[in-house]
Design a protein around this ligand. Sequence first.
Ligand SMILES: Cc1cc2nc3c(=O)[nH]c(=O)nc-3n(C[C@H](O)[C@H](O)[C@H](O)COP(=O)(O)OP(=O)(O)OC[C@H]3O[C@@H](n4cnc5c(N)ncnc54)[C@H](O)[C@@H]3O)c2cc1C
Length: 261
Amino acid sequence: MSLRIVVAVKYVPDATGDRHFAEDLTTDRDAVDGLLSELDEYAVEQALQIADAADDAEITVLTVGPADAKDALRKALSMGADKAIHVEDDGLHGTDIIGTSLVLAKAIEHAGYDLVVTGMASTDGTAGVVPALLAERLGIPQVTLLSEVKVEDGKVTGRRDGDAASETLEASLPALVSVTDQSGEARYPSFKGIMAAKKKPVEALDLSDLGIDEAEVGLEGAWTKVEDATARPPRTAGTIVKDEGEGGKQLAEFLASQKFI
Ligand SMILES: Cc1cc2nc3c(=O)[nH]c(=O)nc-3n(C[C@H](O)[C@H](O)[C@H](O)COP(=O)(O)OP(=O)(O)OC[C@H]3O[C@@H](n4cnc5c(N)ncnc54)[C@H](O)[C@@H]3O)c2cc1C
């Protein structure tokens, strides 16, 4: 039977862009370009390697996000995933982590899965808790923060590298894994991959398709609320020291004044 892999990929605002909060203190996603979260490229890469090693596998990439989030799906499809699911609904505006994990879990159940693969954290929210919430909601084991992952004989095994030791972990399928940025370079989409991605199916779902009550998501359903946000003051020019024989001394004095030495 085919190994069904679902990879959760997030569309995030480009960190090099000028990012702002909107009037309701949610992220202003319209004002800035977005892209597939770099950390989720590692998740797609690991899913592709697992699929290559399996006799028969199918990779579905899944995102919950606005219309432009399709770009993240297209990138993952052009890397080699087989199909995609895009959950988009006006009622999602302002959804927090709890709501996002609910929508993702329902969509994963809708897709059908043996293995769920996620990144270690998104590059915008960076909470790193969605994988654990998903495993809990789906009622499956989680093997997180892996730098190496393999699927064999109905089990997923992986290596988690810590400061003091490396652990080898194992769980029986169905299971969820999250992978780190140490798991191996993500491949670049080839020209052929980019062309093929245009023809791959992208299923569009909204909250009602997933049987989710609007009250459970959005700003109203959020467990957390942003009370206030203040833009960081622009960077000041800094002090330029011209070395006229005393440069080293001045540098040491500066470092000492900042308690670096
Ligand atoms: C349309 C929309 C509007 C939102 N508005 C707000 C808001 O106003 N305020 C607020 O606090 N939060 C909002 N969120 C939720 C927020 O952007 C995050 O998606 C959510 O809080 C997860 O936190 P994180 O990014 O830190 O996840 P992490 O736990 O850091 O993510 C870990 C992994 O989970 C997966 N993942 C996380 N999010 C998604 C996703 N959306 N789709 C697919 N995979 C995912 C990825 O594999 C990722 O690597 C919104 C989300 C959406 C989709």
